[in-house]
Design a protein around this ligand. Sequence first.
Ligand SMILES: [Zn+2]
Length: 126
Amino acid sequence: MPPDPIILGGIVASGVRNAVDNANKTSAANVAHDTRQQAEAIALDVEMLFMITEVLWHIVKQQNNLTDEMLSDWVDEIDARDGIINGRRPKEQRPDCANCGRKTIAGNKKCLYCGTAIKLDLFKKY
Ligand SMILES: [Zn+2]
């Protein structure tokens, strides 16, 4: 007796659904795994930057007769520039293009309209 096409179709559809579900689970698990690895790599980078910064501060402090309190005061001064002390650098407005005066767009190193190089302050957060 030949298989009932409706039952066979249901079995095939169920198999396809299971395959898609498994592919999605595998894909989601892979994305989660990759994201976790990237987060751990960033955490290690930040830790290394903290250590390098501490060493550099130690050298600068000794060579220039500075104190930790002075550094702390300067950090507080930068933090307070936007009137909010929250441990974050305030965001600054990007400069308008020096040539055409139009707004510049984050991520662009040249003006989108005239191609003039955009000069950004390296220590400001845009
Ligand atoms: Zn321009």
